[in-house]
Each structure stands twice: as C-alpha cells, then as structure tokens.
Design a protein around this ligand. Structure first.
Ligand SMILES: *Cc1c(COP(=O)(O)O)cnc(C)c1O
Length: 352
C-alpha cells in the first residue's frame, strides 16, 4: 500500500533528493568514496556548498548584500544567535505560537522585548504599532504547530527577522524586506542537521558586546559556512531538493502546487460534517493544515486516526499541545496524497 507522508518534520522530501543522496553515500561525485567519509575541504564538497548557496540565492531571488549560510544547531540556536548579533537595547517579537514563544524566551536574555500576542494562537495578531527605536522585529512566518501563516511580507521600517523553518521556498518572498531569514531545514528542504540563514551584511557589527566566534554570523560569512565542519550530508540533500524545486517551476511553481493542495483539503474540512478547521480563515496555513472533529463527533477521533493510518495516511495526528489532526503539505507532497486523504475523510463520513 502506498504511504502518504504528512509528517510535520522531519518530513517528506522529493524522491529525487533521497535517491541522489543514496547514490552519493555510495559514490560521491565519481570519487569512489562515500559522501559520509569525504573531507568537507575537498574540491568536490566545496562545489556542493557553492552550488547550494548559489541556487538558494537564485530561487529566492536574493539581492546583493546578503549571504546564505548553512550552519548546525537548528532553528533553536538562531533564537539566541539573532539577538546576540542584533540586539542593542530592545526588539519587538510577534508571538504567534510555540516556536515564537521559545524565540521570545531566548531574546529576553539580551534586551527588552515588546511582545505582541493575540488572545490565542489560532490567528495572527494584526494592527499593532511598531516603535521606530526597536533594533528589529521578529516574526515566525508559518506556525507549524497551530497552522497559521503570514501570506504576505510584513512592511516595517526597522530590520525584519523571520523564522521561515516551515514555509521556506513555498512562496515568493521579497527578501529585500528582511534583515535575516532563518530556519531548520527539516521541514521543506533537507534531513535534520542543517540550518539555513540568509543575512544582510549591513545589519551586523552594530552591537558593542563580544560575540562568541561560533555564534557570530560574520565568522560564517567570512568562511563561506566552513569555519568548522558543516553538516555535509544534509547540505548535499538540500542542494538536491533545491534542484527539484527549480525543475518544478521554482517558488512560484511551489506556490501554485501548495495553493491547490491546501484549497482541496480545507474545502473538504469545511464540507465534511465530521470535521472543522481550527484557525481563522484568512490565516490558514498552506503548509500545516490543522483540524478537529466537530463536537458531536468528538469521540470518533481515535477511530478516525486509526482508520486513516490503516489507509496509508502517515503522520496526521495533531501536535500533542493542540490535539486533533494536522496534515503537513510541504512542497514535496503531491496533490495525489491530498486527494487520497480527502477520499479517506469522505469514506469515514459515509460510515457515520
Ligand atoms: C521545527 C521548527 C523550529 C525548530 O527547529 P529546530 O531545527 O528543531 O531547532 C523552529 N521554528 C519553527 C517555525 C519550526 O517549525
């Protein structure tokens, strides 16, 4: 039976990226050696790093004056690295969920935080003031756990920092509006182990305090992400995923695919008598579709999960903090998988 991979992360990757990685683990770039056992200083891996940076810049249409870095530590390390490098006195954080909450916690160690938060995480706060004197504004463009997402770039007058862990390359982004874009790669780009950071050079060098070498963006800019040993295998896979994105219409192609998938699934959630969506309609994520059972059918939740799993729907259990269901529709997931899930929801409805 075909398995449909709806995991929230680590999550589905293009089959070509997996296959190319398997091949390279056996024989990397004709060296006769495994990707797992070559020097990161070899000319073959140097080419991988350079190609990955170049393709990242091409796909996101990154202007001059920015560097693309591939680091270790996960997005969670960026929660501290961003304030360490940018915070002089205060910053504004829009807290839209569990991950933003963690980012706020780290930032509070470095300065005063103005925290913008709605009454819950089922919608994205709007209509707040941003003082001119904050060092930066931090947002999380896609709330992986609750399923809300910014659908447009925010316009602010101060440097804008965005955690794009779970929606990178899913739509067009005007990078010139951002000072830093970062994310863990394990949602839309690569296996876990690598973190991407897009950083604008002119926002750096403004803090007075010292920054530990490994936590200083300038270190990694100067050494093309090779100050220390980078996560070689995930960087290689990220490059293969980006090649697949390019071959499938780039970020515009991804957006078209993702819109079709999300619209199909939300339409079924809205139509089906058993289910309902959990977040404000205008903020619904294209990446993580969260839904629950209607009150009168609540007791069928476990049964639906079991039924769907038996039909090959993998990873649709909602996050433990939210409950219900979450289907993650990352770039590599096909419309066929969404159609299969919709069929399962219809079949289950017809039984009740
Ligand atoms: C998964 C996720 C993280 C955490 O990433 P790690 O690489 O595990 O540290 C942070 N932010 C968002 C939005 C995420 O989805």
């Amino acid at each position: 039976m075909k398995k449909h991979n709806f995991y929230a992360g680590p999550s589905i990757l293009p089959q070509s990226a997996i296959d190319e990685t398997i091949n390279a683990l056996k024989d990397f770039a004709g060296t006769g050696l495994s990707l797992a056992s070559i020097s990161h200083r070899s000319k073959e891996f140097d080419a991988v790093m350079n190609d990955a940076v170049a393709l990242f810049k091409e796909l996101l249409d990154i202007p001059e004056g920015y560097s693309v870095l591939f680091l270790g530590g996960g997005a969670s390390t960026q929660f501290a690295m961003v304030p360490f490098n940018l915070m002089r006195k205060k910053a504004l954080y829009v807290n839209t969920g569990t991950w933003s909450t963690k980012a706020v916690k780290e930032a509070k160690m470095f300065g005063d935080i103005i925290e913008i938060k709605g009454k819950d995480f089922f919608s994205i706060p709007k209509g707040y003031d941003i003082p001119d004197d904050v060092d930066y504004v931090h947002i999380t463009t896609n709330n992986t756990i609750y399923g809300t997402e910014y659908h447009e770039d925010l316009n602010v007058k101060v440097p804008l920092v965005a955690d794009m862990s779970s929606d990178i390359f899913s739509r067009k982004v005007d990078v010139s509006k951002y000072a830093i874009i970062y994310g863990g790669a394990q949602k839309n780009l690569a296996p876990s182990g690598v973190t991407f950071v897009v950083v604008k050079h002119d926002v750096l060098g403004k803090v007075k305090h010292k920054i530990p070498t490994m936590l200083n963006y300038q270190t990694h800019i100067d050494k093309n992400s090779m100050f220390n040993t980078p996560p070689v295998i995930p960087v290689f896979t990220a490059l293969q995923t980006m090649k697949w994105v390019k071959a499938n219409g780039g970020v515009e192609g991804m957006y078209k695919r993702n819109t079709e998938k999300a619209e199909t699934l939300y339409a079924e959630i809205d139509r089906n008598k058993l289910f309902k969506g959990t977040v404000a309609e205008e903020d619904r994520s294209l990446m993580n579709v969260c839904f629950v059972m209607n009150e009168e059918y609540k007791e069928l939740e476990a049964e639906f999960l079991e039924f769907a799993t038996s039909k090959g729907m993998i990873g649709i259990k909602g996050h433990r903090s939210v409950g219900g269901f979450r289907a993650s529709l990352y770039n590599a997931l096909s419309i066929e998988s969404v159609n299969a899930l919709v069929d399962v929801m219809k079949e289950f409805e017809s039984k009740h």
